[in-house]
Design a protein around this ligand. Sequence first.
Ligand code: MG
Ligand code: MG
Length: 626
Amino acid sequence: MASEFRRLPKSIATVSLSGTLTEKLEAAAAVGFDGVEIFENDLLNFDGSPGDVRRICDGLGLRIDIYQPFRDFEAMPDPQRQRNIDRAERKFDVMGALGTDLVLTCSNCLPGAIDDDGRAADDLALMAERAAKRGLRVGYEALAWGRHVNTWRHAWSIVEKAGHPALGLIVDSFHTLSLRDDPSGLADLPGDRIFYVQLADAPLKTMDVLSWSRHFRNFPGQGDLDVQGFVRAVLASGYGGPLSLEIFNDDFRAAPARITARDGLRSLIFVESLAQDGAGLPPPATVDGVEFLEFAVDETAAEELAGFLRTLGFHHAGRHKSKSVNLYRQGGINLVLNSEQDSAASEHFQLHGPSVCATAFRVDSAARALARGQALLCPEWQERIGEGERRVPAVRAPDGTLVYLVEPDPSGRAIWEDDFDLTDEGRDGAGLESIDHIVQALPAGRMDTYILFWRGVFGLEPQQNWETADPYGLVKSRAMVSADGRVRLALNISESRETATGRFVSAFAGAGVHHIAFATADAALTLERMEQLGAPILRIPENYYDDLAARWGLDDPTLARLQADNLLFDRADGGEFRHAYTDAFEERFFFEAVERRGGYPGFGAVNAAIRAAAQVRLHAINPAML
Ligand code: MG
Ligand code: MG
């Protein structure tokens, strides 16, 4: 049933952001939130009055939606019962000063709470009556770990029993979905009896729900819960209040508030659209592959990298008409080396040294991709262009690199023909045909930001998590893959500074492309050719091949062939994977040649530990690489 797209106000609880209360409010306002939930502890730690908070919010154009949480109120025996009523009156005073009319009361967790819905309803009705006298309202929320009340349906039955117009229901996707409770019945509630909606996602974990909630919540679209189904049910009820984020997350507490706030608003815009079958946002462009990768270099690094690429079978294929930019090519792979002064690339080089500064996606519509990016709060980037040169729009990824959007030209001309003098050397190459996957190393705690960006803006879907043992710590990986599998990005993160990923991130001052895998139809031929050209191939220890023989039952000639070429091997889903690595270029990034047979779906993750150990050994015998 198609109905009109509904755009609700967007809010965030101050507990979701790092910093002082003022910093949190400024961050929320700067990225465009409509309102905030003031978390009690943030107010207690604030060096000023509730009236000061109200004035700051007024100045920033932020509404204070709610004051939260009010705990352990209902169904207590006397004398606690009377004390709780007095406590509520004091909270109402604070709310008056804050200028908010709604308080979040969560279900009682105390062992002393009485298991009596009638008592709970009476107490909440009394609280609502006191609130109503001041023009305030009370929202009742079931905590997943509440003593007697932990589902929205139970909380709703108590709200109904209380029957007071100033008492309504507050729902929180985490509390419902973490218990595997079904949110679909929310659709049948009267929407005006739902006073507030809080959203949080989370990765699936087997642990107690309280610790799970306090440390691992994340933004909708970043975890594994069906937050969009939850929002769908809420919208169907006719609820018209804010969608608000209440996130307790250790990484978010440590990240800059503005980055977290932008991620948060992006996630709300995204999930609100998903819950309405993608309405409200331009659909993601179809991403059909990587048109080129661009490296930021200076003149010296350009020469050295060009030399490295030649040993992999690349040849010089063109020079930009007006800039210090050169094209290297093999098969369908285009690598651009940019040493132009005063460009986005040179800025990137100053900050990070030789590195990938841009990725160009082939998309069916650059305009649509750009519009979706902008709707999801991605700044557009426009490089300076010369006369007659092609304008290629781009958005900035969270690491500051550019994602160019290249669409097919109706005339059939490639972008290179407009802007480059093509000087094809016409060399044989090593059989590399296309970009198979690109691996990025991310700073600790930042995986969620990238998952949301690639998923929301480009429709790439996150695959299963996996972990790799590096000799100096653990590396966690997650792949993001386009619908047809033509674009594959792998995101690596390490809490340890000593792993290859950790060293990369600290040496590099941030996130960046860590390795690039090229596809070949014949890995053995490619490796032999690269060996002839003098490519620095990563040597794999003999023990690996002994183990391989035992594991897969490979025959001797096959094994000898793999070993001679330093190829790693894996099998999955009836397919086979052969792959080999180069040494790193200036300790920054390296390349991989991969051959997929029979629809092998993965990335050879099982061999990543072997690769990491081989790279470490290389450093041990070559201190210059450290
Ligand atoms: Mg909540
Ligand atoms: Mg790889």
